[in-house]
Design a protein around this ligand. Structure first.
Ligand SMILES: Nc1ncnc2c1ncn2[C@@H]1O[C@H](COP(=O)(O)OP(=O)(O)O)[C@@H](O)[C@H]1O
Ligand SMILES: Nc1ccn([C@@H]2O[C@H](COP(=O)(O)O)[C@@H](O)[C@H]2O)c(=O)n1
Length: 210
């Protein structure tokens, strides 16, 4: 395989990273019908906590860099770059730990990876060829997070509010917002910004044609 490209998509929780990355991925796979694009999530690299009780797991700060096994993500990105397939962990937000099964990801010419703290870690940044920051206003992120966490992550309104005040909002100002300086592209409005999606797709088409 020739040179491959890793594209990072970072930004606040519920800023639209996952929707943006999956839309770029799906639309290109539909159009090109090939397997030269792969997609990874930083959240899959939350540390395994199966040795802890559920109660203990609810006390973890999931917005602090220590919650992630970034070393494994760096290794997996290097593996994919060098043409080796990886076993990506799978994560349960309901159980607050990894699932037993992993997902095999084959090496690809273009690799998309999305996550809140991707641009905060110099070892990860060294792996990225293109970095995107989703710059969605924090009040919009909060509204989207409340809806999503209640509908999809088995949370109560009270737990979302407490977690938001205790760790999500502080981590945005301590870690995520300062990492915007490392982005090549800043995307406003969230995961449905079709102009930004089209710009990244055009770049990827260009890379695949090389
Ligand atoms: N531009 C948008 N307009 C409306 N809803 C959006 C938009 N972008 C994202 N969403 C919704 O907001 C929620 C959070 O988006 P998601 O992509 O999961 O965020 P992230 O991966 O950054 O946490 C999802 O339910 C998603 O469908
Ligand atoms: N067990 C967990 C693990 C993570 N979170 C929250 O998820 C957010 C990151 O995922 P996004 O899709 O929102 O980017 C992060 O802000 C954590 O607070 C959680 O609540 N529980």
């Amino acid at each position: 395989m020739g040179k491959n490209t890793i594209i990072a998509i970072a930004g606040a929780s519920a800023s639209g990273k996952s929707l943006f990355a999956s839309t770029v991925y799906q639309e290109l796979v539909e159009e090109l019908g090939d397997e030269r694009i792969a997609i990874l999530a930083e959240d899959a690299y939350y540390r395994d906590q199966s040795h802890l009780s559920f109660e203990q797991r609810t006390l973890t700060n999931y917005d602090h860099p220590s919650a992630f096994e970034h070393k494994l993500l760096v290794q997996h990105l290097k593996d994919l770059r060098q043409g080796r397939s990886i076993e990506m962990p799978q994560y349960s937000y309901k159980e607050h730990t990894r699932l037993k099964d992993t997902i095999a990801v084959q090496p690809a010419k273009v690799i998309l990876v999305e996550g809140i703290l991707l641009l905060t870690d110099p070892n990860l940044r060294a792996e990225f060829d293109i970095s995107v920051f989703m710059d969605t206003p924090l009040d919009i992120c909060l509204l989207r997070r409340i809806k999503r966490d209640l509908e999809e992550r088995d949370r109560s309104l009270q737990s979302v509010v407490e977690q938001y005040e205790g760790s999500v909002r502080p981590a945005f100002f301590d870690f995520i917002a300062p990492s915007k300086q490392y982005a090549d592209l800043v995307v406003t409005r969230g995961g449905m910004n079709q102009i930004a999606i089209d710009i990244i797709k055009t770049k990827i088409r260009q890379l695949l044609a090389e």
